[in-house]
Design a binder for this molecule. Structure first.
Ligand code: PEP
Ligand code: MG
Length: 757
């Protein structure tokens, strides 16, 4: 095939299909005609169009070649037969002998027994499969890639006919249980806590494209390129003006940088160019590629790839606005207090909205580690994800409440409910203001015991919280978090810069760097996920680092270089055997020697500690104690392994309580052992940030706690209202009792003694 026919053939077919679509007759008669045109053009004996109907069935709507009796009679479930297979995976399927395919489902009414070759593609609309178009031949021929492309282009145009409302009611194309105009309560997953009240703004740009088929492809190509470069320019401007620049010079930049890399990904532009070459207008080409990538990536098992869908959606929408000359429209018409509702979005899209009006974000999809969630957390707005079909249940401007604290979204809440939430919000603000006032007061018990309160940090903006909360330092810096938001593994220099910023921001207050705790649920996008049956107990943290020492050595080197004479505190996670700690310390020593040999400035003091989160290590304290400079108990993992209960599984995660005499006794034995040896010990799991739990931990002797920043205020208030002696006495009196938990007793005790928990 020479290149001229290669380019003109699909265009010719496309303009014929367009003419029929724009012509006379019912939608059904136009569909019938189109099947004939396609079959003739692609030289196939059959062309059939299936439309997805309510109940997830695909109904044969038109055919050229199969028995006409089958039209509106043959129905396949999504997933059933070859047609159902295409719909289920949103992928084209090309077979030279369809009947030998395991999914082939023969329907006698179609009389298709004589056909061998089969090519089918999904008809996509907004990332959803709304139908399938298939061609068949009697011979065992192989369809070319161009033919697949052509059929996909036709499918894109046909989508307009399907959603036009004439063939089937629009409601059938919506996911089940559509809008009912009554208040609704939806559940989802919390990506960022808090409470937001406002009016819904649906972030689902719908583009009315008048013209799908190009009159002049060269002109369309030019338009595409112009829009592309204008989009890149706009993006740069947007990123440089981001409201986060003021508070964060680190990870969110990486996030946005990764986003920019997607924008510049040649593959994306090339595919769009190809679609223009095949005869689509620039707008239609952008939409086609968006739909296809979305469907393809949506089926990917790799979470990193799936996450990139949103970046691509964001970019496609953005490019579309530039094509249509609507970019940069201001948001003055948006409500004063807005809750953004989206299927999903990229980080730059979120930044497009006026952040002073944003009160919350609700996503149908997303994940806690998606770029938009990370940026939203940095902006301190509540975010709920995985809220199913929310876009079909709410309209622009309707009242909505994002109650992330209770993992719920309330749609069209009644006046009284809104009022109640406004009160809650006001109360929360008042309480926040009260906690802020405690910031400079000491965390000292009524009987004069000082408690050191520290924060757990992950992203750079968390370090702002040292000052805002008046914390004593950072008891746990989860260094894997910045690794997780990047597009690739940060090299020594990138890490050095980051750690330097961290130490600068801490301004002399101690920061405990926990070396990378990846693996398990903490997946790095650029690492192949291991398919492990029990990832939490699998190849993670120190186990990876000792097997691949370069990772740990680079991290330690970066840290030493960043310190430049200052103190450093390093802690190794998931150590189960003392020997693992010894090995890790050897690597640390090698890196210290290396820096010195090269004339670098060594840290003033190096404190090497261990994270105690595997029970086996707690039973080797005699060997461990002489080797460590400090111990930090990771009670999240320690409890999960001690009780063999998955901390992430809501069915069991609350089954055993850290406030049981056994667990407290166990923690106390570790604490006592450290105390005898003069080794500083702290607790940095979630329990340390819950006032009642923290009270009990202080009661068994802990003096150093590390918690998420918002917990500092409530815990400090508790500390300042408790008497260490009284609490210790009470907790000790329960340790020999056969209770599963002493939580209710502790709560009563706190109440009776005026302790604010
Ligand atoms: C812990 O296990 O208690 C801990 C603080 O570490 P992470 O939650 O990061 O596993
Ligand atoms: Mg842990």
């Amino acid at each position: 095939m020479n290149s001229a026919t290669h380019i003109t053939a699909p265009r010719r077919l496309l303009s014929r299909v367009r003419d029929v679509m724009a012509g006379e007759g019912t939608a059904q008669s136009r569909l019938d005609k189109i099947t004939g045109i396609i079959a003739a053009d692609l030289v196939t004996e059959v062309c059939s169009i299936y439309v997805r109907r309510a109940g997830d069935v695909l109904e044969l709507f038109a055919t050229h070649g199969l028995s006409s009796d089958a039209v509106h009679y043959t129905r396949l479930r999504v997933g059933e037969g070859l047609i159902g297979d295409i719909a289920a995976h949103a992928n084209p399927l090309s077979l030279s002998d369809a009947k030998s395919h395991p999914s082939f489902a023969f329907r006698p009414e179609t009389a298709e027994e004589d056909y061998h070759a089969f090519l089918g593609v999904p008809i996509l609309r907004a990332g959803r499969v709304i139908g399938v178009i298939a061609v068949q031949n009697k011979t065992e021929r192989k369809y070319t890639e161009e033919e697949t492309e052509t059929l996909q282009t036709i499918a894109m145009v046909l989508a307009e006919l399907v959603v036009g409302g004439e063939l089937i009611g629009r409601h059938e194309l919506m996911p089940a249980d559509g809008i009912a105009l009554k208040p609704l309560r939806l559940e989802g997953t919390v990506y960022s806590g808090g409470l937001g009240i406002g009016k819904a703004v649906l972030h689902e740009p719908s583009f009315d494209i008048d013209n799908l088929v190009a009159e002049d492809p060269d002109e369309e190509m030019e338009r595409l390129h112009e829009a592309f470069s204008s989009m890149l320019g706009h993006l740069d401007k947007l990123l440089s003006q981001s409201p986060l620049n003021a508070v964060d010079g680190g990870e969110h930049e990486d996030v946005l940088e990764a986003f920019r890399l997607v924008a510049e990904d040649a593959g994306w532009l090339r595919r769009t160019e190809e679609a223009v070459k095949s005869g689509l207008t620039a707008e239609a080409a952008v939409l086609k590629v968006k739909n296809e990538m979305r469907a393809r990536l949506g089926a990917a098992t790799d979470s990193y790839l799936r996450e990139r869908i949103h970046d691509l959606d964001d970019l496609s929408n953005r490019l579309m606005l530039h094509l249509m000359g609507k970019a940069g429209a201001d948001g003055a018409h948006l409500p004063e207090h807005m809750i953004l509702v989206a299927r999903n979005m990229g980080p730059a899209e979120l930044l497009d909205y006026d952040h002073t009006r944003l009160r919350g974000l609700v996503l149908e999809e997303g994940s806690a580690t998606s770029h938009v969630a990370i940026v939203a957390r940095a902006m301190d707005i509540p975010v709920m994800g995985q809220v199913r079909d929310v876009l079909t249940k709410i309209d622009h401007g309707e009242a909505i409440i994002v109650d992330s604290d209770n993992a719920q979204v309330l749609i069209r809440p009644g006046e009284d409910v809104q009022q109640a939430f406004h009160e809650t919000r006001k109360d929360q603000e008042k309480i926040k203001a009260q906690y802020a006032q405690l910031k400079d007061l000491p965390a000292k018990t009524l009987d004069g015991i000082d408690i050191s309160l520290n924060i757990n940090a992950g992203l750079l903006f968390d370090f702002e919280q040292i000052d805002e909360t008046g914390a004593d330092g950072v008891g746990l810096y989860r260094t894997e978090v910045p690794f997780m938001v990047r597009a690739q593994f940060p090299d020594v220099e990138a890490q050095r810069q980051l750690y330097e910023k961290v130490l600068d921001r801490a301004d002399g207050k101690p920061v405990v760097f926990r070396t990378v705790d990846v693996g398990g649920d903490k997946v790095l996008p650029y690492w192949d996920e291991l398919d492990e049956e029990n990832p939490a107990m699998g190849w993670r943290a120190i186990r990876i680092c000792l097997d691949r020492p370069a990772i740990l050595r680079q991290q330690l080197r970066a840290l030493i270089l960043a310190a430049r004479g200052r103190d450093i505190r390093v802690m190794f996670p998931m150590v189960a055997e003392v020997d693992e700690f010894i090995e890790a310390k050897k690597l640390l020593q090698r890196e210290l020697d290396r820096v010195k040999e090269r004339g670098g400035i060594a840290p003033e003091n190096v404190h090497a500690g261990v994270m105690l989160e595997v029970p086996a290590l707690a039973l080797q304290m005699d060997k461990l104690i002489p080797l460590v400079d400090f111990i930090s108990i990771g009670s999240n993992d320690l409890m999960q392994f001690l009780y063999a209960t998955d901390r992430g599984n809501p069915h069991v995660s609350d089954r055993y309580d850290i406030l049981s005499p056994f667990a407290l006794g166990f923690l106390k034995s570790i604490r006592d052992r450290c105390d005898q040896a003069g080794v500083p010990v702290s607790i940095c799991g979630e329990a340390a940030g819950r006032p009642l739990d923290a009270m009990a931990l202080i009661g068994i002797g802990f003096r150093r706690l590390s918690m998420s920043p918002p917990a500092i205020g409530p815990v400090k208030e508790m500390v300042r209202t408790m008497s260490e002696r009284q609490v210790a006495q009470f907790v000790h009196s329960t340790l020999s009792k056969p209770y599963v938990t002493i939580r209710p007793r502790l709560r009563d005790f706190a109440k009776d003694h005026g302790i604010k928990v």
